[in-house]
Design a protein around this ligand. Structure first.
Ligand SMILES: [Zn+2]
Length: 351
């Protein structure tokens, strides 16, 4: 039981000695058995049976981190702004405008519409996490203000908009708040959902920061270099701080599969990647868990496109899957499953 307690609490990730350049704990040191949903398996054996909307048997949440995207430009305002900047000697702005114009030709994959078209074709509702950075910050390539139209479209179509925290937000509470406010100025509503860029995350600090800023859930909690169950859970859960002996009142939707993991990190072929996906998929389905998937909007070509298509086909053919947004799953889970699950956790694992 002690083993499951340590695993559930991610004890190996408190004050880690070894981290990568993005301050992430290597998966082999955090949990060397991440292909098994050990804690969820235990809860299931103890009688926990999650319920889902419309009698579905398990959940699937597609989501998208918008790291790179074109800024839509009105030609006239683009030229006026560039000429004015030139006259005023604001060369940084001129360079920025030029880069933006070039990126449309250089990076045709930095598109959002292709992704929206795929999801609309298959009636998939998902969550889009936008970066809210400013010029000069690492990986900045668009302002959130430039995405007003796309965000408006996504919102009215029923998609969820969440915050994709920048490189520093996970360990800088002020930055996290500033980025959240930038997004809220555009969406006009409270932002409930979060995933950090590069899955950067401090345990437990980032959870506490998210809680302080009023987020309902996080979904950064997965490994970049492998698929699976970071703390043995394929169920949404409230993190438990073993030092304070208390839950942190935020829901974690553990991230189970990320597009770049298959090819960039693991170097798999499309067929092997799909086999691995199916292996994980069957485990989540068997335990009536929630399968969370992140696919970047600029990863729809070549092997990425082929794999994404296979994954989508698999899921839309699955009658038992509730395909929904992260926030809908969060609200549903809190209402219908969380307390039953925590009763078992409290009585056994977390004793
Ligand atoms: Zn990102």
């Amino acid at each position: 039981m002690d083993k499951l307690r340590k695993l559930y609490c991610s004890l190996n990730e408190y004050n880690p000695l070894i981290v990568d350049r993005y301050e992430r704990v290597p998966s082999a040191l955090a949990n060397n058995n991440a292909y098994e949903a050990e804690v969820s398996g235990y809860l299931y054996n103890e009688g926990f049976r999650p319920v889902y909307k419309d009698g579905k048997k398990f959940a699937v949440c597609f989501s998208h981190d918008i790291d790179f995207i074109h800024e839509p430009k009105n030609k006239n305002s683009f030229f006026i702004s560039t000429i004015q900047s030139l006259k005023r000697g604001k060369f940084q702005k001129v360079i920025y405008n030029s880069k933006n114009l070039l990126s449309k030709f250089q990076n045709p994959e930095w598109d959002l519409n292709r992704l929206i078209d795929i999801e609309e074709k298959h009636n998939i509702l998902s969550t889009y996490y936008f970066l809210c950075l400013q010029n000069g910050e690492q990986d900045f390539n668009y302002t959130i203000e430039s995405q007003l139209k796309s965000i408006g479209y996504l919102k009215q179509a029923g998609y969820e908009i969440g915050l994709h925290g920048g490189h520093e937000a996970y360990s800088n509470i002020e930055k996290m708040l500033i980025e959240k406010q930038r997004l809220e100025n555009i969406t006009g509503e409270n932002t409930k959902g979060y995933r950090n860029h590069y899955l950067r995350f401090k345990i437990p600090g980032t959870w506490y920061a998210l809680l302080q800023h009023g987020f309902s859930y996080d979904t950064s909690f997965g490994f970049a270099e492998q698929l699976g169950f970071r703390n043995g859970m394929c169920y949404p859960f409230r993190p438990y701080d073993p030092f304070k002996k208390a839950y942190i009142d935020i829901l974690e939707l553990p991230l189970i599969a990320m597009d770049v993991t298959f090819f960039k990190y693991m170097g798999l072929t499309v067929n092997s990647a799909f086999r691995l996906f199916l292996l994980i998929y069957e485990k989540v389905k068997k335990l009536a868990g929630a399968l969370t998937i992140v696919w970047h909007n600029n990863q729809l070509d070549g092997e990425y496109g082929l794999l994404y298509n296979k994954i989508i086909q698999k899921i839309i053919e699955e009658e038992d899957a509730w395909v929904t947004t992260s926030l809908q799953l969060t609200d549903w889970w809190k209402e219908n499953n969380l307390s039953k699950m925590e009763d078992i956790l409290n009585d056994s694992i977390l004793l």
